[in-house]
Design a protein around this ligand. Sequence first.
Ligand SMILES: [Zn+2]
Ligand SMILES: [Zn+2]
Length: 185
Amino acid sequence: MATKLAPMCRELVVFLIKVVLVAALLLLIGDFLSTFFYHVPEHVFGKFHTIVHHGKNRSFIHYAVLSKNPLVILDGFLGALPYFIFIPFGWQISPVGTVIALILGELHVIWRHVSIINWQTPKAIALGCKLLFITTPERHWQHHQNANLAYGDIFTFYHVPAVAWMQFLMVVKKKYRQSTSIFKA
Ligand SMILES: [Zn+2]
Ligand SMILES: [Zn+2]
């Protein structure tokens, strides 16, 4: 009996490690790509995300991408695309971990936008998020009010490199504008 249990336990542990690793990796990679290749460049070069996501008088539904407005859905889709790219890879290692990552990612989108309905994160959850570097609704709300604050839709440690990336892209944009104005002159 004991000889049969040991391999089963080992299998279970390996299964759980794969689930946690794949779920965490998909969210980490998804948030990284979404922040650095969509969110920050959109703030520097685009208007679309700013209008749709940061506009005034938007409802909770708009922010949480539950709206039927095609533009809101498009912004949400582009932001979520990086999470989908790696699904086939995650699926090969752990289908359960992949599904959990997608569910957690979607739930976090909704949760981080509850500030607009006067949500206050309980202290214990806020502390847990701080320890795990997870963005709370309060933190994400700062980003909605000021596009220079609180980057990292899911993970707070993306904020500092995101701001550095934004400043670099601003310089690129400025240089491009100068060169085109010289060219026009
Ligand atoms: Zn938001
Ligand atoms: Zn933004």
